[in-house]
Write a protein that binds this ligand. Sequence first.
Ligand code: PMP
Length: 783
Amino acid sequence: MISERINQIGVSPTLKISAKAKAMKAQGIDVVDLSAGEPDFSTPDNIKQAGKQAIDEDFTKYTENEGIPDLKKAIINRLNEDHGLSYDPEEIIISSGAKNSLYHLVMALINESEEVIIPAPYWVTYPQVVTLAKGKPLIIPTKEENGFLLTADQLKSAISPATKAIILNNPSNPTGAAYQRHQLEALADIILDEDLYVFADEIYEKLVYDDFHFTSFAALGEDIKKKVIIINGVSKAYSMTGWRIGYAAGPAEIINGMAKIQSHSTSNACSISQKASLEALKGPQYEVSKMVSEFQRRRNYGLMRLQTIPDISCFKPQGAFYLFPNLSTYYEKEFEGTQIRNSFGLAYYLLKEAKLAVVAGDSFGADDYIRISYAASMEDLEKGMDRIIQALSQLKTTKKVRRVALNNTITKVKKSVPTEADINLKMRDALVAEMETHLSFENYFEWNANINGVLVQLRTNISHLYDFWVENWYPAQLEAELEPHGIIYAVDGIAGREPRAFYNSETKTGILVNTDNYGPCRSLALNLVMDVSERLFNVHAIRGMTEDIEGNGLILIGPPGTKKTELFFFLLQDKKFSLHSNDIVFVRFSGGLPLADCAERKLYLPTNTVESYHRLSKLFDNSKCENVITRKEDCQDEDCLRQDDCRLDRGSPYCYKASKGAYTMLDPYWIEGPAKHTKRTALRWIFILRYDSVSPPVVKVEIEDALRILESGQSLGVSRSLTPSKNQPFFNPHLFLSTPERMELQRKFFQRLLENTSCYLFNSGVASADRIKEIVLSEAKTK
Ligand code: PMP
């Protein structure tokens, strides 16, 4: 499993869209890429020459950890010449790009939970790198009418004892806003009185227009300089993005900390690139001015074209090479039925329909905007502007679409909870007493369910659990003196208690504490029902997915990752197969026949099942749901997040696929109609699933072998089980209590079942569902 740290961040969206544009180009699609943050100019010849010379002179070995002394000297000289700053060599570190310097800086300074102020719109990497260091990004939105600049008042009110640093990007990516000296001084006045560092990302310092005079934050005075770490590099000004050289200048102690990290990460920046960068900083600078005047021409052109678009605004940037227009008036419009809802949706539309790559403003913390880079060639810029103007003019105001009002409950607890399955009577009594005190009459729900003949009473203060409970089960008869076989308490709002489940077998009491998710409640009920019916009625449960073929039943059993659901829905498409149950069946022997019953009135189904059976999505729209994702930020589908093609961006108000923890209560009769749902079947085939690339497709298994596999909960081979360490005996996670006595009961039951059925080990890694169909249909004939 990937670390939690990584799960909190995403791939850089700018890199993602650029990669997408490159891939489309490779397919021969005429894409205009205005997403890239790099000049289209070649690296100047003198710089390339210096690189070649480094190779010829065999300057191709490790260098000093913090960078070669000559390059440090050139950086010091440049900072001195350009800004009147003086630095010692120990106050400089050269890294593999400014991004790498920033990363080491944040890692060196930020402790867990310390806050870093980041004005928005921000460069995509800032919050992510702070999160990686376990710090807390504190995003402060700036306003377009304030020129996207952070004001002194905003800064003052953002600072708290937890604040460790502020990241100030001047000029800014993505807005192009640049701070004048007096504006920086106003911020510095506040910072001087605080225990606070300034990470001054000045990578675009050379790219300023209309005679804007750039001031480095460190140049505001000796006192402030002690709190500033300048981040800079050669990528942008010298068109050297691929050479990967950046640097930091700041107090020696901090630079030393960064050097320690660097010594264990990259060792040093590329030797050849360091030599080339030396030439860049020391050599003639006229290429920079040439580039700047060209960028200014492109900026003016881009602005002029944007101004012709109705109902939008675009800030006039003083630096960097991006335009950041506000296109939010085009949201809620549509093209051929697809509604644009936000900046991602617009960027997606522009890429698909206009073959134009731009970056969604949401990536920079400003959803009303998109970022257009004019670092691309003039020709591309012209084409890109034509395309955006044409694409926006095609968008139509939406007719009021009737949105499906999803009946969705978001629970605090999202998955299974730790369980104590065999608490003693004393503990049970104490817990019940505690639960009762929280079940006040004005917020109390009680309902008796009949779960395959076992009567279970739910007592809860959680209306969502009550709702799902009533949907899930058949009601018990209404008799005044009805004595349930077991009781489940599900109580929320108990201070100081973690979400947890308890079970006492003697009194058949289940207790669910501070857990509002239905999954654990249902599992607890199933565990209770199994416990009762195994002993009282000699009825056992099997965890699996079942279908009926003309009165004969097949069950698919297996751990997660063995394609159980895909096989299940594939088979269902055959008209001879009908749906029986999706998770659990109760089996009794009658005249030697194992009769399996579906005890559920509605099926508790993970909504990502739509991936196996697309028809379900319409049915889910009309069902009660739990934890369906409605915001992209909450999406947990790693694979999907890597693509740009998100249905939440494209106008869908929810995504059924985005979380494994999203469920619905689905009426099984809705799936394929009443004729395709059978409540009772006589089990005839057991398919134990495994998933690997080497085992044989289908093997008939003897009773002893099948028993061994079932009991171990491990279907041999290399299963793709998502929780490999947690093998569930009999593949049944609802079986909480696995005392030797209970295991013996299970074994006896499965022995008898296997004597009366055919059991196959089925490798879904190599065999398709057709094989199951073949077996079942040919054997069904031989009654
Ligand atoms: N800071 C900002 C604001 C940037 O836009 C970029 C590049 N997109 C960087 C730092 C990183 O530059 P480098 O290529 O030197 O890592």
